[in-house]
Ligand binder design. Structure first.
Ligand SMILES: Cc1cc2nc3c(=O)[nH]c(=O)nc-3n(C[C@H](O)[C@H](O)[C@H](O)COP(=O)(O)O)c2cc1C
Length: 351
């Protein structure tokens, strides 16, 4: 059906960033479907040979040290309200030693006056910071130059290329995904020469084993399998739609996606060594512990961080601290003294 018969075409105006934030502050954007973490239980170890305070959460991502295996997932930027939230999130990432990504920088790559509204290095000089734009842009002629500009714009350590075909189709966005593997391959090679790792990520519909195989073959430096069970981007687009027909289209795909626990295992069935971030429905330190035990190197959260940041610095600090305390207690409860022990733990089983 031609675009004109489907409702209003997508208008990528910066205001849509504000609509997305408002929508994502409500629970209506969440999947009814779960992450699948509830299908796994840790097996309690009554005599862990570990001291809780000695548990080591440190790791590395994109060449930078992290004090904990937690990332603030890419969300936003490019408008004043988004910048305020990003600065708050970045400052918390700096205080707690976490990684962070900014949201798609497309608006600022198309309109340089918006670049400053993505910058967070003034409050987060040392964090592992990821730039971001959508893979669909590569089919339209974007390439190494855009990627370098995105990285330089925010002083990033790495680049996220996000993939969201179903979201794009539901919102009437970019829908020509032909031949992208070749573009991804040359982009990865060029940025690798600059010392910038390229991570490919879903936005919440999950990576399959087949998609992982293609991406690994393209030479991506890492993946974020961002699965279903948390924020549904089809629902977000449905809620933010300007016409009833587009709203219905978003909602029809509201439950589309591979649950996060399944996506982690799909990636690991293809590569046991590729750096793997797991996003999508992580809502506690226990979810984070399960994501790591199932094979992720780092867990990431979007909506819970947004909600906490919207409530202020104290709420954000409390949320991050409680999440990391829960992770430590879970590790204590299975006798895992560090992340290597958690990732290789035999003490997790199907519930
Ligand atoms: C307000 C908001 C905006 C987002 N914008 C982007 C984006 O620009 N680029 C991207 O790669 N992911 C984006 N995401 C997706 C998240 O990074 C994440 O993959 C998804 O929300 C699932 O995680 P969650 O269940 O913890 O929210 C956004 C998420 C939120 C909540």
């Amino acid at each position: 059906m031609p675009e004109s018969n489907e409702g209003a075409p997508l208008v990528r105006d910066p205001q849509s960033k504000t609509h997305h934030i408002d929508a994502c502050l409500t629970p209506a954007v969440e999947y009814a479907k779960t992450t699948g973490f509830e299908h796994f239980d840790f097996v309690n170890q009554a005599l862990p040979d570990v001291r809780l305070d000695d548990i080591d959460l440190s790791t590395r991502l994109a060449g930078k040290p992290l004090r904990a295996p937690l990332m603030i997932a890419p969300m936003t930027g490019g408008v004043d309200r988004a910048h305020v939230l990003n600065l708050r999130l970045a400052a918390a990432a700096e205080r707690h030693g976490l990684a962070m990504g900014v949201g798609s920088q497309r608006v600022a790559l198309e309109d340089a006056t918006r670049a400053a509204l993505f910058q967070v290095r003034s409050v987060a000089p040392s964090i592992a910071l990821f730039a971001n734009f959508g893979v669909g842009q590569l089919a339209k002629g974007w390439g190494v130059d855009h990627a370098r500009r995105a990285v330089a714009m925010i002083g990033a350590d790495a680049l996220f290329l996000h993939m969201n075909p179903v979201q794009e189709a539901a919102q009437g966005g970019d829908v020509d995904f032909r031949g992208l593997a070749d573009h991804i391959r040359s982009l990865c090679a060029a940025l690798a020469r600059d010392g910038i790792p390229v991570f490919a990520r879903e936005v919440g519909f999950g990576l399959s084993a087949d998609a992982t195989r293609v991406l690994v073959d393209c030479g991506v430096a890492g993946l974020d399998c961002a699965g279903a069970g948390g924020t549904s981007w089809a629902k977000v687009e449905g809620i933010c739609a300007r016409t009833e027909r587009r709203r219905k289209m978003g909602m029809a795909f509201g439950e589309w996606g591979i649950p996060t626990a399944e996506a982690i295992r799909a990636v690991r069935s293809v590569s046991t060594s590729i750096p793997l971030i797991a996003t999508g429905g992580l809502r506690s330190g226990l979810d984070l512990a399960k994501a790591l035990a199932l094979g992720a190197d780092v867990g990431a959260m979007a909506r819970p961080m947004l909600v906490a940041a919207d409530a202020g610095d104290d709420a954000l600090d409390a949320f991050v601290s409680d999440t990391l305390t829960e992770l430590r207690i879970a590790m204590f409860g299975i006798g895992a003294g560090d992340l290597r022990a958690l990732r290789g733990t035999p003490h997790i089983r199907a519930a």
